[in-house]
Ligand binder design. Structure first.
Ligand code: PHE
Length: 340
């Protein structure tokens, strides 16, 4: 065989081997191509090596040299293809990796505000005692905030210095409106809508023009409770408050103390204290619903009696968590809020 023919055959083999290895899409295809070209028995390189015997004697060294070059090139092409496939497999495997031993929870992102938590707890506890949670508006008229609660026009509680009155004439009416100063407004709204018996709580914001200090803030929250039915007494009030405190503070040895007080809409009226560590903690006001209030909403004051209470949500929340400044609750400092 002429040397030129032999060299041409080798070139052709090199080109085809390169193409076969490059196009192998997986390890099976690559293995088939390897057997085809570099297989020890029937591979095409082997066949070419045998063909060298037919090259004319003086041309043999040149043929051998070329053969070795092609052999090395084909083997290098095979190794490159092998590497390409194994790199691809590794990338794919790591993309699909899923570690089932990782813990099934994420670090907590975001927190419920402590007041929101307290309100949810209170609703839950009072719900178990049979009190339904209702809402009332934060912008109120004088009837619901004062008049129906037995607070007449001349009463000092209506002083503009003690209330956030809003611009008098709103579209369509001359009613004076204000930001409610107490959640007792909701007592009236509920009783106007519902015949007795009623058993509700209402939780929400109230507004008073107080200067902010460690225990005062111009906006705070109250929990209002109201139970009206035949035969309700102060003893019922005391037991409900006691059960509420036992649940909320998680203590069994809780005592409720009543101190005489005055509210226009309850008679008798009391300040409520709860035993706390070595002393007493003031929680808010309460009393038996004044017959004037029952009459103002059209109830028969000879048929039903009721108790009402209004407690400070911030104060109760602060006691439970050992917060000493109410302003911490409203400055939105993440370092503070993250603790709850
Ligand atoms: N509304 C009263 C206050 O804001 C609290 C209260 C509620 C008192 C219900 C008696 C009955 O101080």
């Amino acid at each position: 065989m002429a040397l030129s023919d032999f060299l041409a055959q080798l070139e052709q083999l090199a080109v085809e081997a390169q193409a076969a290895f490059d196009s192998a899409a997986d390890s099976d295809a690559l293995e088939a191509a390897r057997i085809d070209f570099v297989g020890a028995k029937q591979g095409r390189l082997k066949a070419a090596q045998k063909g060298m015997g037919q090259v004319d004697g003086p041309d043999k060294p040149a043929a051998g040299k070329k053969f070795n070059e092609v052999k090395q090139a084909v083997e290098a092409a095979f190794e490159a293809a092998k590497q390409r496939l194994s790199d691809g497999a590794a990338t794919q495997a790591s993309a699909q990796r899923f570690d089932p031993t990782l813990p099934g929870h994420l670090p907590r992102v975001g927190h419920t505000h402590p007041i929101t938590q307290t309100i949810a707890d209170m609703k839950e506890i009072m719900g178990r005692l049979g009190f339904a949670a209702v809402e009332g508006p934060e912008i109120e008229d004088e009837w619901h905030n004062f008049e129906a609660l037995n607070i007449p026009l001349v009463h000092p509680a209506r002083d503009p210095l003690d209330n956030f009155y809003l611009a008098a004439a709103q579209a369509g009416g001359n009613d004076t409106l204000l930001l409610r100063s107490q959640t007792s407004t909701v007592q009236i709204r509920v009783m106007e809508q519902t015949p007795p018996p009623v058993r509700i709580i209402s939780l929400g914001r109230v507004y008073r023009p107080d200067t902010a200090d460690d225990t005062h803030y111009p906006m705070f929250h109250q929990i209002e409770g109201l139970l009206v039915a035949p035969g309700v007494t102060m003893a019922d009030l005391k037991s409900v408050l006691r059960m509420f405190c036992q649940s909320y503070f998680g203590e069994q040895d809780v005592h409720i103390r009543f101190r005489p007080s005055f509210f226009p809409f309850t008679e008798p009226s009391v300040e409520v204290d709860m035993s706390w560590q070595a002393g007493w903690m003031e929680m808010g006001g309460a009393g038996m619903v004044d017959p004037n209030v029952l009459r103002a909403v059209g109830y028969d004051a000879d048929e039903v009696t009721g108790f009402a209470f209004g407690l400070g949500v911030e104060r109760i929340c602060m006691r439970r968590h050992g917060i000493t400044d109410i302003r911490n609750l409203y400055t939105n400092d993440v370092r503070f809020l993250e603790q709850f």
